[in-house]
Write a protein that binds this ligand. Structure first.
Ligand SMILES: [Ca+2]
Length: 391
């Protein structure tokens, strides 16, 4: 815990010393309203990209597509030059090879499309693309691992993409195929970020994972299939000083038998989950929890609106319901489910239970169609039921 805090402080200090936080024009515009901050962020990045006179290409620095030879050094040199010259870095169509973790710091990187620009990481232990700094973006390419190793210690170095304390960041139009740990990991106080229009499949751990004090994030229009654990997760550990907060998860599609939960909040505040479609997950399709074994923080303020949860909780012997609110310890408060369609549960419909404290949970105008097991199991908390159908 101490070493993590120290590391974070060191990173923060070095960013301030290097001036990259000070130079971020939209850094100071963030407000408590997460959605407003996010939109401003996107607009700011779009505006700065439009005023950049020209672009650099990785091929200007010696990268050669489709030759099977390592392009790592060329990519490093290209990213440094793009930052110095304040230009967008483009990666043309073709397959490029990366033998190490490639870090992009405060620059915009764009491929020619997620079907045509492919970055192949050859080191299964060190293949992450890391995002740092302010106004950093990664768009329109595919990242794959040549081979993966077991999830094991869950090291970030073997994620597909890792956001390390970045602010005003965008990850858009990326295809992630195979990673030993997470697909996209957002950590170390990353803030004001948008993760949109990505396709993520066959990860070793979560598809998209947001943790360690990250805030003001929007995750939208992504497709996550066959995740090795949760498809999309907000997770706050007690070792953090504050929970992950102000996150909007909307219009994503989760399918293809993810091994964990579909969309989860395991410690977190002010999370909105809306307009998502979740299908065929091993554990609950939507899961709001506080977990003792993982020492996670409390949950306060989650809105779950107009999602469809279809045939979740497949795995036995757990037999999760389609939707589960679970406090293993700590407390869960101010959770509202409204206008969701919850159907075809593998084993049971909706559950609210656990040994911890569960306070206010509201179900309003949801539709439950369930033929297997209990429709609802409300064992804890002040559960308010308003105009639901099929409960
Ligand atoms: Ca090459």
């Amino acid at each position: 815990m101490k070493s993590r805090s120290l590391l974070l402080s060191t990173v923060a200090l070095s960013l301030i010393v290097s001036g990259s936080w000070l130079s971020g024009t939209s850094f100071y515009t963030q407000k408590a309203d997460s959605s407003a901050a996010t939109y401003r962020t996107t607009a700011a990045i779009g505006a700065s990209a439009a005023t950049v006179p020209s672009k650099l290409s990785v091929t200007d620095f010696g990268a050669v597509p489709n030759d099977g030879k390592d392009d790592y050094q060329a990519f490093v040199a290209a990213a440094q030059a793009a930052k110095q010259q304040k230009k967008t870095l483009s990666i043309p169509a073709g397959t490029f090879t990366l033998s190490q973790i490639w870090t992009i710091d405060g620059i915009a990187v764009e491929g020619a499309g997620k079907a045509s620009t492919v970055l192949v990481s050859t080191n299964p232990q060190k293949g992450s693309i890391d995002l740092k700094g302010s106004n950093v973006s990664l768009r329109n390419l595919k990242h794959v691992y040549e081979k993966t190793v077991p999830r094991g210690d869950g090291a970030h170095e073997k994620n597909s993409i890792t956001v390390r304390g970045a602010s005003n960041f965008v990850i858009d139009g990326i295809s992630v195929s195979k990673s030993s740990t997470a697909g996209i990991m957002v950590a170390y106080g990353s803030n004001n970020g948008v993760i949109s229009n990505n396709t993520i499949t066959n990860t070793g751990a979560d598809g998209i994972h947001m943790t360690t004090e990250s805030r003001n994030l929007t995750v939208e229009n992504n497709t996550v299939t066959s995740a090795g654990d949760d498809a999309i997760a907000v997770v706050s550990y007690q070792s953090s000083s504050v929970p992950v907060r102000s996150v909007t998860i909307r219009k994503n599609t989760v399918s293809g038998v993810s091994k964990g939960r579909g969309i989860s909040v395991v410690g977190g505040e002010q999370v909105t989950i809306t307009g998502n479609r979740v299908k065929d997950t091993a554990m609950a399709g939507i899961y709001i929890g506080v977990e003792g074994a993982y020492r996670t923080m409390n949950v306060d303020g989650v809105q779950v609106i107009q999602n469809t949860v279809d045939h979740a909780g497949i795995k036995t012997p757990e037999k999760h319901p389609n939707v589960l609110v679970y406090a293993g310890q700590g407390s869960i408060d101010n959770v509202k489910f409204s206008r969701n369609i919850i159907k075809n549960a593998a084993h049971r419909g909706i559950g609210v239970w656990g040994e911890g404290n569960i306070r206010n949970v509201i179900f309003e105008r949801n539709t439950l169609s369930n033929t297997k097991g209990a429709k609802t199991t409300f064992e804890k908390g002040k559960v308010q039921l308003i105009e639901n159908v099929g409960f």
